[in-house]
Design a protein around this ligand. Structure first.
Ligand SMILES: C=C(O[C@H]1C=C[C@H](C(=O)CCC(=O)O)[C@@H](C(=O)O)[C@@H]1O)C(=O)O
Length: 272
């Protein structure tokens, strides 16, 4: 049973990653304010069947980059990382920002991907003016983080409407999500928003229909915004499976971990 915890250093970046389990490799990418810890329960439940490769994205966890990472640069470095591990092709699972990143990796380097699971993700923003507006929004948010500090930002962030369904979670689970967010750095989150944010990445809307690998789209029924985005994605990804989880919000892996685990493992098992 493999259990590595290491840095992968490339250019001026040191990516912290863990590998747990044996068998077919599954690369898992967390969301904004998250880290490797996002997947702890999922990995411990399923590592007997799969080899999970989990990594801290730029600006998060223990990963350190001397200069900011664009989505394209990060994806190129992930290509080199997976080739270094000699673990290609991989099943790729991404949540929210990690889903945008997983989709970018799949669009830019499809040869690396065996299958793709996108939890509450988007392909970016289709129009130039949308992206410009979102970059300004995310730059303001980044400035707020630097001006007000982590506790103030996380107080704000965990109360945005997108996460309203998490208020019904048991206190212990809410605290665990909050602690993971608070463990991030102001500089890291600000950099993530400014360089890998929704408005900074390329739009993949026009590329989706050319993607031929198996795709599972997952959203929460109570997350209307991302469910609508994924309904549009499904029209482009005609062969994709699209599951809308009942009575769940944005973070299905937090709110419905058993359902999420079953969905993902059954999907990647069918596409081994
Ligand atoms: C609030 C919006 O955008 C953010 C929502 C989700 C993304 C994310 O990764 C959140 C993960 C979490 O906090 O649990 C994040 C991103 O993709 O970078 C977005 O900034 C929105 O309404 O679009």
């Amino acid at each position: 049973m493999r259990n590595d915890q290491l840095y992968y250093t490339i250019n001026d970046a040191s990516y912290w990653y863990e590998i747990h389990g044996e068998g077919t490799p599954v690369l898992m990418l967390h969301g904004f304010t998250g880290s490797i810890s996002t997947w702890s329960n999922f990995v411990s439940n399923w590592k007997s069947e799969w080899q999970f490769i989990i990594i801290d994205l730029p600006g998060h966890g223990k990963t350190v980059t001397s200069t900011p990472r664009s989505m394209e640069t990060f994806c190129l470095e992930m290509k080199q990382f997976l080739e270094y591990l000699n673990e290609t092709p991989v099943h790729l699972v991404g949540y929210s920002m990690g889903g945008r990143t997983a989709l970018s990796l799949a669009m830019l380097h499809p040869e690396l991907i065996k299958s793709l699971v996108l939890e509450s993700a988007s392909p970016g923003l289709a129009y130039k003016d949308e992206r410009k507006c979102r970059r300004e929004h995310d730059d303001n948010l980044a400035r707020r983080i630097m001006d007000e500090g982590m506790e103030s930002f996380i107080d704000f962030w965990e109360n945005i409407s997108l996460f309203s369904t998490q208020k019904n979670l048991p206190l212990e689970k809410k605290q665990s999500v909050r602690d993971e967010r608070l463990a991030q750095s102001e500089e890291g989150l600000a950099q993530s928003l400014r360089y890998m944010g929704t408005g900074s990445q390329p739009s993949w809307w026009k590329n989706l229909s050319q993607f031929t690998k198996p795709v599972l789209l997952v959203t929460g029924e109570l997350d209307e915004k991302f469910t609508e985005i994924n309904k549009r994605m499904k029209k482009q990804l005609s062969l994709a499976e699209f599951v809308i989880c009942e009575n769940a919000g944005h973070a299905i892996h937090v709110e419905k971990p058993e359902i999420f685990g079953k969905l993902v493992t059954e999907f990647i098992s069918m596409n081994k």
